[in-house]
Design a protein. Structure first.
Length: 169
């Protein structure tokens, strides 16, 4: 990548409140992006995305997290967002088409188009983001009896007695 072109592209970030005016700090930002990005298109995307989703300069760590939300950094250093965190994650990127899931897995597997006359199941996740949110919900295991109850303790004792008597025969 051309360092002058990267510097000029990153110069658009000066429109953000609190973006560093110190030349040394700006050189450090150019160096960080130069180590992360593999193409100039990635740098262009990063600048557009930063301006679109942050109301003010969030710092180099958050810039790296933004980059990592779409690309694998060339230097291998990944970061998580402190601003967008785990709740909803980064806002949807209009430049990246959201993957739609089929409500009929057989059609998705065989490549058949969706049937427009059938109504989709409203409980079925309609996009990858909904599916990920559903997967994050913890499921509580269901037991026939309450764990630690007298009934459960008696059941365990019976199993142990049966195992002992079966082992001695």
């Amino acid at each position: 990548m051309n360092i002058v072109r990267v510097t000029n592209t990153l110069g658009r970030l000066t429109s953000m409140k609190f973006f560093p005016s110190d030349p040394g700090a700006r050189d450090a930002i150019v160096a960080i992006v130069g180590e992360m990005a593999q193409t100039h298109e990635q740098v262009e995307w990063l600048v557009r995305r930063m301006i679109a989703i942050y109301p003010e300069w969030p710092g180099p760590k958050e810039m790296r997290a933004c980059f990592c939300s779409r690309f694998r950094p060339a230097d291998g250093i990944e970061a998580l967002s402190a601003v967008y965190g785990d709740e909803g994650g980064f806002p949807p990127d209009p430049e990246v088409e959201r993957l739609k899931l089929s409500s009929n897995s057989q059609r998705l597997i065989t490549g058949q188009p969706e049937a427009s006359e059938s109504a989709p199941d409203p409980a079925f996740p309609t996009c990858v983001f909904d599916l990920l949110k559903a997967a994050r919900k913890e499921t509580v295991p269901q037991f026939a009896v309450e764990p630690g109850s007298a009934e459960e303790i008696e059941r365990i004792k019976r199993l142990q007695d049966e195992a002992r008597s079966g082992a001695t025969v």
